[in-house]
Write a new protein. Sequence first.
Length: 237
Amino acid sequence: MMNRILLITGILILTIKTHAQPLLPQGLSWEPVAALTDEFNSDALDRTKWDNFHPTWKGRSPSFFVKENVWVANGNLCLKSTVARADQKGNWVAASCVTSTTKAMKAGYYSEARILCPTLSMTGAYWFQGNYSEIDVIENFGAPTGPKYQGHETHYKSNLHYFKNGWKQDISMPWEADIIHPACNLAYHVYGVWWKDERTIVFYLDGKAVHTSLAGGDFSEPMYMFFDMEVFDWGVG
């Protein structure tokens, strides 16, 4: 069962005792944002904070998001993907997505989540999006089958998108590095992001800054938080 589930323990908080947050100027401190903070210790998804679907998107073909593939258990937010059609025709993968109920992520915020990615040729993704900007904290592959991506379960994959002039003119800032050890599907890791300012995004792995990306435009709008599993049939598998 574990290799079919993306398990996310609820460390979606701006202040956490086990890992160091970015340093702030003297006199300032980190404070939690309630709308994005959850330990998932209850027996059900807190519907005041989270939806078990995407508000505007059904999922990437040949997959589609299914509400029933999201649940909470043993201090974990759980997402899974299942086979909806055995003949693998049409949209045959039932995937999953969790969305914050509000666009609570803003410039200046730091967020992190402790995640075990799925052992599947799909991504385990943790990301934020507004109307024209997107922060992909991770889009990690737990078990890619495409030859080009063999061994990428140890790759940290992030991206930024700025598409104020439409998706066809999207300015993408992908980054990846072979730095996740043990692999993302074998152990929980804490993935973090500091939206430092309108152009500067800093990514973290297990409490350490590992990369700084410069956005292709001003990231000046509030964003939803997302966790999902997606099919990338362009080469991953």
